[in-house]
Design a protein around this ligand. Structure first.
Ligand code: SF4
Length: 182
C-alpha cells in the first residue's frame, strides 16, 4: 500500500475554524482504522512491545498522578490522531467526553481522563503515557524507546495508507470532538 500523507497539524486553527471537510475525512479514516481489528491489533502489538521493554527496565511508579497534569509536571503529551481515535472508541459506550471536558482539563493543565491520581483510560492510553515515568532513572532510555515505538506507529500508518498527524493530546481530542460521529 502507498504511504498515507503526512499532514501538518493546524493546532489553534482547528479550534478557531471548527469542522472542515478535509479534517472530517481524516477523522473518519482514524475512527474506522481504530475499530478495524487488523489495525487495532497492530497498534496493540506496539503497545505490548513497549510494555515489555518498560517492564524489563523496571522504572518506579508512585501513582502520584503528577505526570498527568502537564502544567505541573512541565511537559506536554503528543499523540497521533490514530491513537486519539483508539482511546475515543474504547470509552465505555455512552461515556463520551462531556462537552467542555477538554477545555476544563486544559484550564487546569491536565488530562480530561485523569480520575484522582489514576488514568480513566488506562488500557487504551497513548504511547507517551506508557513510556513516561517520573522516576529519574528512566530518563536515560525514555527518548530512544519513544522514538523507536513512534517509528513503528508511523510505519503502521504507511502500511494502511492512513493520514498521519502528530499533535498535542488535548488538541487531538478537540479535533475529534469537532467532528462528532453521526
Ligand atoms: S491518558 Fe491517562 S495516563 Fe495519559 S495523561 Fe491522561 S490520565 Fe494520564
Amino acid at each position: 500500500m502507498s504511504a498515507g500523507p503526512a499532514i501538518p497539524w493546524r493546532g489553534d486553527d482547528a479550534r478557531r475554524d471548527g469542522p472542515t471537510p478535509r479534517d472530517a475525512a481524516i477523522v473518519l479514516a482514524w475512527r474506522r482504522a481504530s475499530r478495524d481489528p487488523l489495525v487495532a491489533g497492530e497498534l496493540e502489538a506496539i503497545y505490548e512491545h513497549v510494555a515489555r521493554e518498560v517492564a524489563r527496565r523496571g522504572p518506579a511508579c508512585w501513582a502520584s498522578g503528577r505526570c498527568c497534569n502537564f502544567a505541573r509536571a512541565g511537559h506536554r503529551l503528543y499523540v497521533t490522531g490514530l491513537e486519539a481515535a483508539y482511546v475515543e472508541c474504547r470509552l465505555v459506550p455512552g461515556s463520551r467526553l462531556a462537552e467542555g471536558a477538554v477545555a476544563a482539563a486544559r484550564a487546569c493543565g491536565g488530562c480530561p481522563f485523569q480520575e484522582g491520581n489514576l488514568c480513566g483510560v488506562h488500557a487504551a492510553r497513548p504511547l507517551g503515557c506508557r513510556v513516561y515515568f517520573c522516576d529519574r532513572s528512566s530518563f536515560a532510555w525514555q527518548g530512544a524507546l519513544t522514538e523507536a515505538a513512534l517509528a513503528d506507529v508511523r510505519a503502521l500508518h504507511d502500511r494502511h495508507a492512513l493520514p498521519y498527524r502528530y499533535g498535542e493530546w488535548r488538541e487531538m481530542l478537540e479535533l475529534l470532538a469537532c467532528h462528532p460521529e453521526r
